[in-house]
Design a protein around this ligand. Structure first.
Ligand code: EPU
Length: 336
């Protein structure tokens, strides 16, 4: 089923709640709908809009936004221990996590409460608390706008990295994700290594799926603003990846700076939130935008902000971080 809308107000279709519009928006539920649309229309400018949680519109969009609305979750494989689940791109991410926890399936629990659609999850390989979507994804199905064919990529072919995948690279502007397949486990696989997770889980009585989900939700609710109340797109910047020598130079001056090793690499990841915080910008407020007071990586719409207001703040933050630490931070959010 596909539906086409013209002159669409995007205020409630982007979690920053910036007031912009789109010339056209097409909702689809299957690859056939997309084949139908792209073979007859061939739009010169288009972009995929999922739930709008990782996007900043800096102006009205004069092309076609393509938005998935299929939400089906189906079990397509089960060998008693490993359960394969296929989920339509338009499904809500946290509803999927909730479903997996209710069905005693391990793998997604650390990614509780991430605002996202399922189709957007592989694009930037959403991650939190020591887990990434790419750890459980076994395949991604997409519609190729050039060849008008439905394609299925294996996990390896998706080339997942830190907030990165083939969909942000070679397939950018070419792929519309239609469904994602996950391999979940009936065997417990608690992953409690990140920050306060182990302590919060212990306080709830130990490492059950329900306790882990509750602990993660509680940590997130404490640190991150609810986009339904305060417009934001989660972390606005990516954590920068630098060479060891750069990290060491900074550590000599700031011994308490967090540094995260990257498996299989001699580079390390720094915490952009910490860098911004150290510039004294946590809780900073301009007229209509600000830096969240509990997590400096999150920029917030204080009410009535435009995409331009958010970008002006982001630019100022980048400048200050570069002046102080000599490090360039880059947006994680897609700026359109
Ligand atoms: N920190 C500060 N001040 C701040 C923010 C952070 O000092 O204002 C320090 C923290 O104390 C900690 C370190 O920086 O030592 C890292 O902070 P945190 O654990 O909050 O994680 P993060 O690196 O800021 C990343 C993800 C989040 C994810 C958390 C938890 C990115 C860009 N962000 O944030 O993902 O929830 O880890 O795993 O990788 C998102 O992508 O939208 C997102 C929220």
């Amino acid at each position: 089923m596909k539906r086409i809308f013209n002159h669409v107000d995007l205020t409630d279709r982007n979690s920053f709640h910036v007031k912009q519009s789109a010339a056209t928006l097409v909702e689809f539920s299957s690859a056939d709908d997309l084949a139908d649309y792209f073979s007859s229309e061939r739009p010169s400018k288009w972009y995929v809009l999922g739930a709008g949680n990782n996007i900043l519109f800096t102006r009205d969009y004069d092309g076609v936004l393509i938005s998935p609305c299929g939400r089906e979750v189906s079990v397509i494989g089960d060998d008693g221990e490993r359960v394969v689940v296929r989920v339509d791109a338009g499904a809500d991410w946290d509803s999927l996590v909730e479903w997996s926890v209710k069905h005693d399936l391990w793998g997604l629990e650390n990614l509780s409460l991430i605002p996202s659609s399922v189709g957007a999850a592989p694009v930037q390989n959403i991650g939190a608390y020591g887990a990434e979507a790419g750890d459980t994804i076994i395949a991604v199905e997409y519609f190729d706008v050039r060849s008008l064919a439905a394609v299925r990529l294996s996990n390896e072919e998706c080339r997942f990295g830190y907030r990165d995948s083939i969909f942000k690279r070679e397939l950018r502007g070419r792929a519309v994700i239609t469904a994602v397949e996950f391999a979940l486990s009936r065997k417990p696989r608690p992953n409690l290594g990140y920050g306060d997770v182990a302590r919060e889980v212990e306080q709830r009585g130990g490492a059950t799926l329900a306790n882990i989900r509750e602990a993660i939700c509680s940590i997130r609710r404490h640190k991150l603003p609810d986009p339904a109340v305060t417009g934001n797109a989660g972390s606005f910047f990516k954590n920068p990846i630098v060479g060891r020598a750069v990290a060491e130079r900074l550590l000599a001056e700031y011994p308490d700076m967090p540094v995260y090793p990257i498996a299989g690499s001699d580079r390390v990841k720094l915490a952009a939130g910490w860098l911004i915080d150290r510039c004294g910008l946590k809780g900073y407020r301009a007229e209509r935008v600000g830096v969240h007071d509990r997590q400096a990586l999150v920029l917030v719409n204080l009410g009535g902000a435009t995409g331009g207001d958010v970008m002006a703040l982001a630019d100022m933050i980048c400048r200050r971080v570069e002046e102080r630490f000599g490090i360039r931070i880059e947006p994680e959010v897609n700026v359109i």
